[in-house]
Design a protein around this ligand. Structure first.
Ligand code: MGD
Ligand code: MGD
Ligand code: MO
Length: 779
């Protein structure tokens, strides 16, 4: 199965992982069906790697996202209080089914193959080996991972970490870990005297956490799921609903059924924002009925959002100026602006002065298109703005977010029913981790409470975020890396340098369910610690345990796994975190790690004591249908900003990419396919985009192809055009003629992460700018 794949070069000049699916034909053909529909039914039937879903999988899916059920690991979309019969989607089913695969990556597999050998396998083949079963220690002499006992693992890891400088060790987490695990992990870090606590959010919605906090004093969505029942227009920027939050399609469909206008801005025509057939409605399915989702669709340039939004704001402000001059009805909500905001005039003047030639050039949209969108906005009483990685992963991502909040504030669309910003978060608990202390910033940690509750002095020196961790790794300063879930090495930018430096880390520890590339570049000492998945029964001293998470709407839910664990040798994440903490820290009677592992309810009580405002009666409320809301001051127009008001900001640039256009330079957008969850590749079928059989493609506008003399199916290389003197290349990419604006290219993450310079990140939030990467095409 593995040996037909050309190698992922370990050394020297990188050529990318060539992972065309062995034996399968590459097919590029536009997909004409809607999102959802029969395609998603077939997709669900094909979710498992060549095996039928067992009773366990079907039972787990039946309970998925329901009160007292199990919360899907795939996305952070809300779970309604009155769930659908099947409250899951094709991709949620895929994620669950792959967690419950019958395949096992046992010690025998690691005896058969050296690490250098497995490091060449594509992500898909690694995922297909199935669930990890035993703690594994890297044995350098044989270049193999060998089984060890948990006691050996904790003792060795503890000894090594204790001998390191805590301030130089990274404790990373992926946004999937529960509130209980995340709280314990962050407490361990601080008791150890450090807060190098980057999480996947640092590559994701950190721009939201920093930008929304600065603008409106709340780092998260101000809306709740119910607000979608009350809005009359939705503006969407840079989110791919059909693939990444498919359950949201039900919400959008019911909005459309009420006549809500949906205006979408995206360089690509993503099928989910075009049309949807509800696979849960037998009538729709039989009748072939589908709902048109977007009433307007604007294909702007990658990084063109600032200009497009400023254009709309300009029209709103000028319409209001006109109304004042002519005694007409005001267009802006001047009461809101006067009472609740600062710096409106500076932004209004900026918009009045903005030049249409520049706005259309930078956005890639015509003035007519921007006017049409602005008309919808001015007609609507209640507007929700939805966005994803298309906003956050740019050099000027925060500016994009600032103008987006300005846009909403113009007509008072924040802090009232049916209106507000609605970032669609990624991982199922990525927002919750930040809530319970996973942060490198002292001001976001409950320092005083930690001191009194647990009797220790938390560190005050800022820790490392993701980019800072990568810098330390590349500079050889990092002394160890523990990852609680995730595939850090594969998910981060500057892949060639990172891979070389990663191997030199004194110790790498991976708490994981599945094999991935990060584990196969072992540090000087390396451990894989296999854990239970969320769908599995977690039996501890006091019985079956539940865990909890927070969704994109700040609702908190309990989740109970009921499937028999993949192996008897697995430990839960809280047990592993406690095991490491006990091996590193001196005992502290106020932090009873063993009792906590025996009863997660005690961890929730500790969380409640640390954050009484958000988690009052946590244990009693965790199974409330629809989850309990932790609250949000901005939703009541209380602004916890520097000025105490909501803040208008003037953007620093009109082009969010952070580089100028020049001949031969393209903006590369790195994307997810429909068959992946982040770096986990489930297959080679990006159904909605009509690309099947390979992930090594570059999507290109036909005019650009003609200019470069390229035909569909030609093979090209992409080279970095960052002008920082670093040679970054990915070869072996097939050209796909695609409906994408000229000057922009699309391709898949993580294969293209070789091309992203580490320093090409959103300025304040440090989110790698994976949605506009400067590249050249080498033919
Ligand atoms: N099935 C599945 N579900 C997932 C994930 C997964 O990998 N698979 N990942 C999870 C995670 S961690 C996350 S963060 C989310 C990610 O979900 P999304 O936020 O949807 O992220 P991407 O898939 O990266 O796609 C971003 C979208 O932005 C568009 N875009 C790119 N550049 C721009 C731009 O400059 N402006 C505008 N307006 N649009 C742009 C792209 O065409 C694409 O449609 O999904 C989560 N859910
Ligand atoms: N170029 C480019 N790069 C990107 C992005 C992009 O759009 N473009 N997106 C970024 C974003 S938004 C994100 S969130 C990152 C994430 O990227 P990843 O780090 O890939 O994300 P995960 O899905 O968290 O990690 C997958 C691994 O988590 C482990 N795992 C799965 N379930 C569990 C569990 O229950 N417990 C534990 N302990 N481990 C588990 C498995 O071993 C699996 O291999 O990638 C970022 N990188
Ligand atoms: Mo993410």
């Amino acid at each position: 199965m593995h040996d037909q794949h050309p190698a992922d070069d370990q050394h020297g000049r990188e050529r990318g992982d060539h992972d065309a699916m062995s034996g399968e034909e590459i097919v590029i053909k536009p997909y004409t069906a809607p999102a959802g529909g029969w395609g998603s039914m077939r997709g669900m039937a094909e979710v498992l790697p060549g095996e039928r879903p067992g009773v366990d999988v079907l039972d787990t899916l039946r309970r998925q996202n329901k009160p007292e059920g199990f919360m899907c690991v795939s996305c952070a979309w809300g779970k309604p209080a009155k769930p659908h019969i099947a409250e899951f989607c094709e991709n949620g089913a895929k994620a669950t089914a792959w967690e419950l695969t019958k395949h096992r990556a046992t010690p025998a597999l690691f005896q058969q193959h050296t690490v250098s050998e497995m490091a060449q396998w594509p992500d898909y083949d690694l995922e297909k080996t199935g669930r990890l079963t035993h703690p594994l220690r890297y044995d350098r002499a044989t270049d193999k991972y060998v089984a060890a006992s948990w006691d050996e693992a904790f003792a060795a890891i503890g000894a090594k970490l204790k001998a390191s400088d805590p301030k130089k060790v990274v404790l990373y987490s992926s946004g999937r870990a529960s509130l209980e695990t995340s709280f314990m992990y962050s407490l361990f870090a601080r008791m150890w005297g450090q807060q190098n606590l980057p999480d996947s959010s640092n590559m994701c919605h950190e721009t939201t956490s920093v930008g929304l906090k600065a603008a409106i004093g709340s780092p998260v969505a101000t809306i709740q799921l119910e607000d979608y029942d009350k809005c009359d227009a939705i503006f969407c920027f840079g989110q791919n609903v059909g693939t990444n939050a498919p359950r949201m399609l039900h919400t959008l469909k019911s909005c459309r059924d009420r006549g809500v206008e949906i205006v979408t801005f995206n360089p690509l025509r993503e099928r989910g924002w075009e049309r949807f057939a509800d696979p849960q409605s037998p009538l729709d399915m039989i009748a072939g009925h589908e709902t048109k989702i977007s009433t307007q669709y604007h294909q702007l340039h990658a990084g063109g959002d600032i200009a497009a939004i400023v254009g709309m704001c300009k029209l709103v402000i000028e319409a209001d100026d006109h109304a004042i001059a002519n005694g007409g009805t005001r267009v802006i909500d001047h009461h809101f602006i006067e009472q609740h905001t600062v710096r409106f005039e500076a932004f209004a003047d900026y918009c009045r002065r903005a030049d249409w030639d520049e706005l259309t050039r930078a956005s890639g949209l015509t003035r007519g298109a921007i006017e049409a969108a602005a008309r919808v906005y001015m007609r609507a009483e209640r507007v929700i703005a939805v966005y994803g990685m298309g906003i956050t992963q740019h050099r000027y991502g925060m500016d994009s977010l600032f103008v987006l909040t300005n846009f909403l504030m113009l007509r008072g669309n924040i802090g009232r029913e049916g209106a507000g910003p609605g970032p669609v978060r990624g991982h199922s608990n990525v927002q919750g981790q930040r809530t319970v202390g996973i942060t490198e910033k002292t001001e976001l940690a409950p320092v005083e409470r930690l001191k009194t509750l647990f009797q220790f002095d938390p560190p005050t020196e800022k820790g490392w975020d993701t980019v800072e961790s990568c810098r330390a790794i590349i500079a050889g300063e990092c002394q160890g890396f523990v990852q609680l879930g995730g595939n850090f090495l594969r998910a981060t930018p500057e892949h060639a340098k990172m891979k070389e430096a990663w191997a030199k880390l004194p110790i790498t520890v991976h708490i994981a369910t599945k094999l991935n590339k990060s584990q196969l570049v072992p540090g000087q000492e390396s451990w894989i610690l296999p854990c239970l998945g969320r769908s599995e029964t977690d039996l501890q001293a006091t019985g079956r345990q539940a865990v909890s998470m927070e969704d994109s709407f700040s609702h908190i839910y309990g989740s109970i796994g009921k499937v028999k664990p993949a192996s008897d040798t697995l430990l839960s994440e809280p047990a592993i975190v406690a095991g490491i903490a006990k091996a590193v820290l001196p005992p502290n009677p106020n932090v009873p790690w063993d009792a906590w592992v025996g009863d997660y309810g005690l961890v929730r009580t500790a969380i409640e004591n640390c954050y009484p405002d958000k988690f009052a009666n946590f244990n009693e409320r965790m199974f409330e249908p629809g989850g309990f809301w932790k609250g949000n001051p901005a939703a009541h127009r209380q602004w916890e900003t520097e000025s105490g008001k909501a803040e208008f900001n003037v953007p620093r640039a009109l082009n969010a990419s952070g580089f100028t256009d020049k001949d031969g330079r393209f903006r590369l957008i790195t994307l997810r396919s429909n068959d992946q969850f982040n770096t986990t590749v489930y297959g080679y079928d990006d159904r909605f985009r009509g690309i099947r059989g390979t992930r090594m493609v570059v999507m290109m506008n036909r005019d650009d192809m003609a200019r470069l003399g390229l035909q569909e199916g030609d093979t090209v290389a992409l080279e970095s055009d960052a002008e920082d003197g670093v040679d970054r290349v990915v070869e072996g990419l097939r050209v796909v003629a695609y409906n994408i604006p000229p000057g922009n290219l699309g391709g898949y993450y993580p294969e293209l992460n070789y091309l992203i310079p580490l320093e090409h990140h959103a300025l304040e939030s440090h989110v790698p700018a994976g949605k506009s990467v400067p590249v050249r095409v080498r033919t």
